[in-house]
Design a protein around this ligand. Sequence first.
Ligand code: 13P
Length: 251
Amino acid sequence: MRKPIIAGNWKMNKTLAEAKEFTLAVKDAIPSKDVVDSVIGSPALFLAPMNCKRKDSELQLAAQNCFWENEGAYTGETSPAALADMGIEYVIIGHSERREYFHETDEEINKKAKAIFANGMTPILCCGETLETYEAGKTAEWIEGQITADLKDLSAEQVSSMVIAYEPIWAIGTGKSADANIADEICGVVRKTVEKLYGNEVAEKVRIQYGGSVKPENIAEYMAKENVDGALVGGASLQPDSFLALLSAVK
Ligand code: 13P
């Protein structure tokens, strides 16, 4: 039985005051980690203050990106070693916005995954296709290609413990969520790809999220599906009430 994982991805939203206020508003209402992993991926700027404010809470934190080296002359980058040292649990990598606007490649995403594991954190690896690919009926082969490249040379143990988020680009921030059956089918493609690369035991352990216009009103439909173990949520994770409502739907 895979433990559900609900992760908010705040993207580039909120001020410091708003991030602290959110943390204080939710920290005592987060369900037990034994039941569900509840994660907020905040801008890197707010991770340290949120880390202080979440003390004694079940709330976990994610960075939205990091570099693959731990230190050095890499102006503007975030060190995975520094994130781990602060106690940050997860790093989101390969989000379609980073692939599109910052031209991140599968090779770079793979290096980041290795660095995140080397520092004892868990990657949340995103994959997903454009509307064009979806309409051409090429989603499955696209997803298989991304996953195969992004997981290159990771161990079976690492892949068992990680999280993969399927986020169709056409469903992100559009209000046009993928039908739960489609989400289940493509999350199933992710699982089959893992099975092909690492075998059945690893494929049964890896946790797969759906992301794209998930809200409190529709999350239960996704969570009811066999291959969906959680959600990666943008807009609906920004307000405390809405984030807590997402968690209540699964606990
Ligand atoms: P929305 O939930 O706002 O569609 O964003 C999804 C997403 O990109 C999460 O990473």
